[in-house]
Design a binder for this molecule. Structure first.
Ligand code: HEM
Length: 258
């Protein structure tokens, strides 16, 4: 086996088939494919962090979540490369994309579901059975945050029973008791340093996801202005609504109460 065989480079480097002869289409394909690879690794790592939290291995989970943060920083920076594509460059091949859109990225949706942003309507764009099955498995399971709250309960915090076992397909409902638990942790970091660190790792994760979403929106705005998306949405205003999708609400509201 050599380098190319091990990494299956013939398959990987043979997968950039352009629909047109336009120069910038290769950039467009590569940035999407590279993002999908980073999403794959992020999903792998977040699943590992979830397992570590379930096993009370917080040191392990911190190492894993630090890696996710570095991947996210890289994904945010990557928008700079795409931003070198001018509106004219993109217009030259946009029509050939048909109805394909990042909206149909099943890995992006897996990531959102893993982080607790559950929305049944988001399953509808995914009809291929094998992709749908993977998505549904994550949709029906507790999220990273749900597992963090179960850990808080194991440590003696009064987490309501309906936050420890519930229909996980439903969107997360913020709770005053959960906020009170995080507030106690943040007020006495000396006593609860590892739980505080977990809280901050989660805040980092959400912060970077929001930065990725926002930079996507601004890159889209400078390339297509306010055109509708190829996936049929209103475009920039649809992407702006995603910025309101909060993941770990009590980790922010506790700061108001502090
Ligand atoms: C010229 C570059 C790009 C443009 C103009 C663009 C535009 C859009 C638009 C308008 C949407 C809303 C859905 C729709 O109607 O299609 C969208 C969604 C999305 N795009 Fe992009 N995009 C670009 C690049 C990328 C790249 C490089 C990625 C990386 C994988 C990406 C990932 C996504 C994802 C995951 C969504 C779904 C977001 C959500 O539902 O909250 N996009 N994009």
């Amino acid at each position: 086996m050599d380098y190319g065989d091990y990494l299956q480079l013939d398959t990987l480097l043979g997968a950039q088939t352009q629909a047109t002869d336009e120069h910038d289409e290769l950039l467009f394909i590569v940035i999407h494919q590279a993002t999908e690879l980073w999403l794959k690794l992020s999903i792998h790592e977040i699943r590992a962090a979830q397992a570590q939290i379930r096993e009370d291995d917080l040191r392990g989970a911190f190492k894993t979540l630090s890696r996710v943060a570095r991947i996210q920083a890289h994904m945010i920076q990557a928008w700079e490369i795409l931003a070198t594509m001018t509106p004219r460059d993109y217009a030259d091949f946009r029509a050939s994309l048909g109805a394909s859109s990042g909206f149909q990225s099943f890995q992006y949706r897996q990531l959102e579901f893993l982080l607790g942003a559950k929305d049944r309507r988001m399953l509808e764009a995914h009809e291929k059975p094998e992709r749908r099955a993977d998505l549904e498995t994550i949709f029906e399971a507790p999220s990273l945050y749900d597992d963090a709250l179960r850990l808080l309960a194991r440590r003696g915090f009064a987490i309501p029973a309906d936050h420890l076992d519930r229909d996980w397909t439903q969107p997360y409902e913020p709770s005053e008791a959960v906020e009170a638990a995080w507030l106690a942790i943040y007020r006495d970091t000396a006593a609860y340093w590892d739980l505080y660190e977990l809280g901050e790792k989660l805040v980092d994760l959400e912060y970077r996801l929001q930065q990725w979403r926002f930079t996507h929106l601004k890159t889209v705005e400078r390339i297509i202005g306010f055109k509708r998306g190829t996936g049929g949405s209103e475009g920039v205003s649809y992407l702006a609504k995603a910025l309101d999708r909060k993941l770990f609400p009590e980790l922010l509201t506790l700061r108001t109460a502090m």
